[in-house]
Design a protein. Structure first.
Length: 213
C-alpha cells in the first residue's frame, strides 16, 4: 500500500514539476525507476561525445557512471586519477565538454534547482561551460520551497561529509555546525532559477525513487 501510494504521489509531483520547469525553459522528464535512466541517457547523449560529471551517489546508483566509463564516450573521469594537478586538469577540461552530468541537492516544487558545493567545480560547470547539463534527481529531493531546500541541504551535509571522510564538526556530530573548517563542503550555494536565456541547456531527469543523499 505505502509503495503504491508513494508512486502515485511521485507521479503527481513530477507532472507539476515538469510543468513548472517548462515555464523556466528547463526540460524535464519523469522516469518511474532507476533502471530507465541509462537507456534515457543513451538517447540523450550521442556516442563519441565528450562527457564530464560531478561526484554523485545518484549517478552511481542508477548505473550512469558505468555507462560513462563503458567506452561509448570520451569520459573525463576525475576518479581515474589521484588528487593533484592531473585531477585539477580534468576538472578544468570539463568546461569544454559536450555534456555534464550530476545530481542536485534539492529541487523546489516551483522548478528551482539548488546545489551545494565545496570546491565549486560542479556548481561552476552547471552554470557555465559544458554545452548541455543533465541532472539525474531522485524524487526524494523535491521540497516545497527555497527555505525547505536549504533545510534539506543542512540535514544531508553531515552525511556527505562523512561519506567523503572529511574532518569537519558535522562529520563527528551528525549536525550542521556552520563551521569554518578548511574541509567544509557547504561553502557555496547555487540556485538555477531560469534558463530562458539559454534554452536547451538543462535537462532534468526525475526518477521516482529515493536516490542519493
Amino acid at each position: 500500500m505505502r509503495s503504491s501510494l508513494l508512486n502515485w504521489k511521485y507521479d503527481k509531483l513530477a507532472g507539476k514539476l515538469i510543468e513548472n520547469f517548462a515555464k523556466r525553459s528547463i526540460e524535464a522528464v519523469y522516469l518511474t525507476s532507476r533502471e530507465q535512466v541509462v537507456p534515457r541517457l543513451e538517447e540523450l547523449i550521442p556516442a563519441g561525445s565528450t562527457v564530464a560529471s560531478g561526484g554523485s551517489v545518484t549517478l552511481q546508483e542508477t548505473g550512469a557512471r558505468e555507462l560513462l566509463k563503458s567506452g561509448r564516450y570520451n569520459y573525463l573521469d576525475r576518479e581515474a586519477v589521484p588528487d593533484g594537478e592531473e585531477r585539477e586538469e580534468i576538472l578544468r577540461k570539463a568546461f569544454w565538454a559536450d555534456f555534464y552530468l550530476c545530481s542536485a541537492n534539492a529541487i523546489t516544487l516551483d522548478g528551482q534547482i539548488l546545489l551545494l558545493d565545496g570546491n565549486c567545480n560542479r556548481a561552476a560547470a552547471v552554470l557555465f561551460g559544458p554545452k548541455r547539463v543533465i541532472l539525474v534527481v531522485g524524487m526524494n529531493k523535491v521540497v516545497g520551497d527555497i527555505d525547505a531546500a536549504l533545510e534539506r541541504i543542512r540535514f544531508i551535509a553531515p552525511m556527505n561529509a562523512k561519506r567523503l571522510n572529511l574532518h569537519t564538526p558535522c562529520a563527528a556530530t551528525g549536525f550542521c555546525m556552520d563551521c569554518t573548517s578548511n574541509e567544509r563542503i557547504c561553502g557555496t550555494y547555487v540556485t538555477v532559477s531560469d534558463s530562458s536565456r539559454r534554452k536547451g541547456r538543462y535537462t532534468v531527469i526525475l526518477v521516482g525513487e529515493e536516490l542519493g543523499l
